[in-house]
Ligand binder design. Structure first.
Ligand code: SF4
Ligand code: MG
Length: 331
């Protein structure tokens, strides 16, 4: 349904043009939930802004293909993108307070896209908004229509955001860290709600998160990003059982074990390099315990592995390297 091919998003700065998303390719099938995983600064949010046509044109440049139902969104006009945003592709953000307008009632904001995109009258739009609020589990929907965002709790606001995003029945919902600021119970409820909407409406979801627990819960396939590039991709079950890239291995080892309620045992030392500070070779090398000479001078390509899994790492440059790695990981 959507195919991103060689997406390259860069920003002009005083130090020249800096690529933040670098040759990223992936696709999402109708009704599929794809996880895009990585630490903050890895380019996952800029990937979604590029798809939505929200990269500021005065400083940013989006190249490559974003093929959506036969149309390349990377070259679509702003007028065209306004028709697509909120209608065919919708987005929910981490902090609903920044995307809800404090000056308008919940009802006004919920009905806006129906009135703009669908030209529905007030009465029709209101009825649909109330129906949608009930669907996302908001009680006393009628009364809420006349309230303002600050009168609602964080969890309720996130439900309103989801209702707003789903009201025009988009084909694709982009969710950028949708539950990060919510407490654990509310987070579980919101994820459950998104799963239900995905099942019932067949809306595909692109789930952007740093939280592998969310990926395990929600997604069928996953893409791991590091320093603007995809370093691993594959089915969630395959990648969790057999992560290949040392970064993915580190991320999976960092997931707290819920059953044992242990604190994080391990986290990957170091930080994602700042865009523009990239060096030759593999960008993960400064943090990689398996780095070899070659890693410092040559950038590894993204290579197919088994079962549709792909990995960008010289350890898999040949089978010999992979054997060394397998024994290093199991020891
Ligand atoms: Fe580590 Fe080298 Fe693989 Fe990069 S290419 S992840 S430095 S082993
Ligand atoms: Mg982000």
């Amino acid at each position: 349904m959507i195919e991103v091919k060689d997406l390259q998003t860069s920003f002009r700065t005083d130090n020249g043009e800096i690529p933040v998303v670098d040759s990223v390719s992936f696709h999402i099938e109708p009704g599929e939930v794809l996880g895009i995983v990585g630490e903050s600064g890895c380019g996952k949010s800029v990937t979604s802004l590029s798809i939505m046509g929200l990269v500021p044109t005065n400083t940013g440049k989006v190249q490559g293909k974003i093929q959506f139902k036969g149309e390349n969104l990377a070259t679509a006009s702003e007028a065209r993108m306004r028709k697509i945003r909120g209608n065919e592709i919708a987005m929910i953000f981490q902090e609903p307070m920044t995307s809800l307008n404090p000056l308008f009632t919940i009802g006004e904001q919920l009905t806006e896209s129906l009135r703009i995109h669908r030209k529905w009258n007030k009465k029709q739009a209101r009825a649909r908004a109330i129906e949608m609020m009930k669907l996302v589990g908001l009680g006393r929907a009628e009364a809420l229509m006349d309230e303002y965002p600050h009168q609602l709790s964080g969890g309720m606001r996130q439900r309103v955001m989801i209702a707003m995003a789903m009201i025009c029945e988009p084909e694709l919902l982009i969710a950028d860290e949708p539950t990060t600021t919510l407490d654990v119970t509310i987070q579980a409820q919101i994820l459950e709600l998104m799963k239900k909407l995905n099942r019932e409406t067949n809306t595909a979801i692109m789930m952007i998160t740093h939280d592998l627990g969310v990926v395990a819960e929600m997604c069928q396939r996953m893409v791991v990003m590091y320093a603007g590039k995809i370093v691993e991709e594959g089915d969630v079950s395959t990648v969790f059982q057999s992560p290949k890239h040392p970064y993915t291995v580190g991320l999976i080892q960092s997931v707290p074990d819920m059953r044992e309620k242990k604190e994080r045992l391990y986290s990957i030392p170091g930080q994602v390099p700042k865009p523009g500070s990239q060096k030759l070779g593999c960008q993960f090398a400064p943090r990689c315990t398996h780095a070899m000479d070659r890693c410092l001078s040559e950038a590894p390509p993204l290579q197919p592995f088994n079962n549709g899994q792909k990995v960008r790492c010289w350890l898999y440059g040949d089978r010999k390297g992979a054997d060394i790695y397998d024994s290093a990981i199991s020891s």
